[in-house]
Write a protein that binds this ligand. Sequence first.
Ligand SMILES: Cc1ncc(COP(=O)(O)O)c(C=O)c1O
Length: 373
Amino acid sequence: MSVNIGIDDLPIRDELRGKSPYGAPQLDVPVRLNTNENPYPLPEPLVERIAERVREAARTLNRYPDRDAVELRTELAAYLTRTTGHQVGTANVWAANGSNEVIQQLLQTFAGPGRLAIGFEPSYSMHGLIARGTGTGWISGPRNDDFTIDVAAATAAIAAHRPDVVFITSPNNPTGTAVEAETVLALYEAAQAAKPSLVVVDEAYVEFSHRPSLLSLIEGRPHLVVSRTMSKAFGAAGLRLGYLAAHPAVVDAVQLVRLPYHLSAVTQATALAALEHTDTLLGYVEQLKTERDRLVTELRALGYEVTESDANFVQFGRFTGEGAAHAVWRKILDRGVLVRDNGVPGWLRVTAGTPRENDAFLDAVRALKKEQT
Ligand SMILES: Cc1ncc(COP(=O)(O)O)c(C=O)c1O
């Protein structure tokens, strides 16, 4: 017999009552530019290589995978060293199922019940949601009107709240803004003086940036962590592979909370195959950067305000009036293009797609402009 009850009738944790799960709409429309995915499918030679590697892994699936993912961490370290010029070793790198899991493990290790994390919003909403899921208190820190971090206000918030974990997202999602190294250093100093706390620089989109990675800042700063993902530049969002670089002691610390054998043999094999094709995949990144810059130029030419973008997406507006951004989102959707309304008042976000997808988006907003005149 089925009993008609809802979530709130269950004995869930009090802080989860009345809350909504993460939920970017997954709608079946011709052009989907709403979740910052890479629009290019993996190239065929890589698909073949994945099949080979996974076939090999399948032969020993009766055994648990390498719990420490040593081969994968070594290749990720080599990738970071090669692309940033900063020497990183296997002991500096940790990998998990998406950078979301990396962030969860960091919060489970360094925050949790009775502790606090801070982020500077608008930013990646999952930082706050994962904080909640791990029982960590969440502080929403401020930003300037141009969406850069207000250093004075941010350091004051850190001094006042003394958080255990500080999130800095560069380039930031949903705004696209990159963070200067001096800003990270100022916030790091403030965080060390206040607690000391762990500073997490989320570089999910850094391969698309005009500026170099902030990775070298981990040198001599054992409380600084850089998190990365293969979901964006590597075009492998479906793989679920994220990683971090930090002092080896941080890598040792997250072992205290990671589930045994958290990274399947199939995931490790697939990620290793993708890393063999880094050069091809980074070639797509260059095309996407060109398309991102074209979106910025064309949107500005149409009279939209556009936030400086170092990512594979662009924030545009400004739509004034209650619900105005959402009304524009709906009109763009009516023309078969799904963009993202992140709830930032007056702004929408569009992911750079293929040239054809971007043309479809630009045609849609052009038609809207015409309607208005
Ligand atoms: C800033 C930021 N960090 C992390 C992630 C999560 O990436 P992953 O797919 O590796 O979990 C995203 C995804 O959109 C993101 O925007």
